[in-house]
Design a protein. Sequence first.
Length: 164
Amino acid sequence: MPVPVVTFSPKSEVRYLGRQLALDIQPSLFHEIRRQGNVLRVYAPAGMDAGELVRAWLIARAERLLAWRLARVARRLGRAPSRFALSNAQTQWGSCTRHGHVRLNWRLVQAPLAIIDYVAAHELAHLIHLDHSPRFWAQVAMLCPDALARRAELRTMSTSLFQV
């Protein structure tokens, strides 16, 4: 699923699981990030890139969250990937090799869970059909009945998800 490439620029908000979080960047001797409701408090020493701290926070959340969502969908499929890793791809949300290695783009952690589950279903369906045939799409629909709507929603939000 190709997506436009956008470079990171410091912002006053960041998305997390479909919600906008206001960034509150504060000077500090040590770096730390805390989420408090709809605010992401970023404590950063002088000279440290707050944007990179936010990116690292998102990646850390993505590692656990995307693995969890992938495992949930895999249980419904009755097959699990042989390996899972995060991706930093600039042109796709996920991939699955013929050896069963699944990669999901860490930026998905910004999307709502329904979108994450759609991408997980899409990649896991490749464990059965390593193509985009009608049988593949039937498998995706079995795992995610409203897959077409979620796919359209992902395409709509793709540009904003790649701004981090």
